[in-house]
Write a protein that binds this ligand. Structure first.
Ligand SMILES: [Zn+2]
Length: 281
C-alpha cells in the first residue's frame, strides 16, 4: 500500500519566484487553488482512492469549503502550516505557534482531530533541532517533511528512508520521509514535484517497483497548481521556471495512469493498517 498526498496551496506559494508576492498581496492575486483542487478530487474519486490533503492554513481560512469538501469525500485533512514560511527561517516559538494555529483552524472547520503535518518545501534542516519536539508538543502524531536527499530548497541528508518513530518527553511521532529512489550513487524523488512531471510514466513505475522491493511505501505528492496552470508575470529563475512548469499539460494523464496501476491511501489509513492506533493516549 502506498500514500497519496496533496499540498493544498496556490501558485504564489511556490518558492521559485525571484521576488515572491508578499502575504499582504495574496488576497488580491488571481487564484488556481480551487480549480486545481477540484480536478484532483475528481481524479481521486474516479479511482476510489483515499488521500491526505495538507492544507495551508491561509488557504483553509479563505476557502473553508475546500476543507469541508475533502472531508465529505472521505479524505484526510492535515496541516501544511499557516503562511508557507520556510521552517529554518522561523524561530522555535514562531514555528510552534504556526503549528498550533493551523491545527486549530483545520479542527474548527472540520470538527476532526488533525494528526499530520508537512513543512513548506521540506524545510527542516540541521539547524532546526526543535522541529520534532515542537510537533510532538503541538499534538501532531505523524509528519512527512523529511526530504532525505539534496534539493534546491529544504532537504536533509540522512540515512532514514523508511518510516520511523521519534520519541520526545513521553510523546511520540511517526516520520514518513519523502520517498527517494537510488539511481547509481544518486538519490532522487520521482514521486512528486518537477521529477514526477519531467520523467515519463515508465520511470515512475520502474522506480516505484524498486521502492516496493525495499518494503517502503511510495509517497506521491502533488499541488493544485500542477493541475490548473496559470501564466503569471512574476519572475522566476530559469531552473525555477523549468521545475514549476515542465510537462504540466501531461500531468493529469500521468496521475490518472498512476492511480489506475498503483494502490494508494491516506497517511491515517496507512498508519491504522500498519501500526494500529498509535495516536491514542
Ligand atoms: Zn507547500
Amino acid at each position: 500500500m502506498n500514500i497519496f498526498s496533496v499540498d493544498v496551496e496556490d501558485w504564489f506559494h511556490s518558492f521559485h519566484f525571484i521576488a515572491p508576492p508578499k502575504i499582504e498581496q495574496w488576497d488580491n492575486l488571481p487564484s488556481v487553488v480551487e480549480n486545481g483542487f477540484y480536478r484532483i478530487v475528481e481524479l481521486l474519486m474516479k479511482y476510489k482512492t483515499k488521500a491526505t490533503f495538507f492544507f495551508l492554513g491561509w488557504v483553509a481560512k479563505k476557502y473553508p469549503h475546500l476543507v469541508k469538501e475533502s472531508q465529505k469525500n472521505g479524505f484526510e485533512i492535515a496541516s501544511h502550516g499557516f503562511f508557507h514560511q520556510e521552517v529554518y527561517k522561523m524561530s522555535s516559538k514562531e514555528f510552534y505557534d504556526d503549528l498550533v494555529s493551523s491545527k486549530k483552524l483545520l479542527e474548527d472547520i472540520s470538527g476532526e482531530e488533525v494528526l499530520g503535518y508537512r513543512a513548506p518545501s521540506f524545510t527542516l534542516t540541521n539547524d532546526t533541532d526543535w522541529f520534532y519536539p515542537n510537533l510532538i508538543r503541538a499534538g501532531y502524531r505523524y509528519d512527512s517533511s523529511l526530504f532525505p536527499a539534496k534539493r534546491g530548497i529544504g532537504g536533509l541528508l540522512t540515512n532514514y528512508f523508511a518510516p520511523f518513530e521519534i520519541s520526545y518527553n513521553g510523546g511520540k511521532l511517526l516520520e514518513f520521509p519523502i520517498t527517494i529512489a537510488k539511481v547509481l550513487k544518486w538519490q532522487f524523488c520521482f514521486f512528486g514535484g518537477g521529477y514526477l512531471r519531467l520523467f515519463p510514466y515508465f520511470v515512475f513505475s520502474t522506480m516505484a517497483k524498486q521502492v516496493a522491493k525495499e518494503h517502503r511505501p511510495i509517497i506521491v505528492y502533488i499541488h493544485p497548481r500542477e493541475l490548473h496552470f496559470l501564466k503569471v508575470k512574476q519572475r522566476m529563475s530559469i531552473i525555477g521556471r523549468f521545475k514549476n512548469s515542465v510537462n504540466l499539460k501531461s500531468t493529469p494523464q500521468k496521475i490518472e495512469k498512476i492511480l489506475k496501476r498503483f494502490v494508494f491511501t491516506s497517511f491515517k489509513d496507512y498508519i491504522l493498517t500498519n501500526y494500529g492506533k498509535i495516536w491514542e493516549e
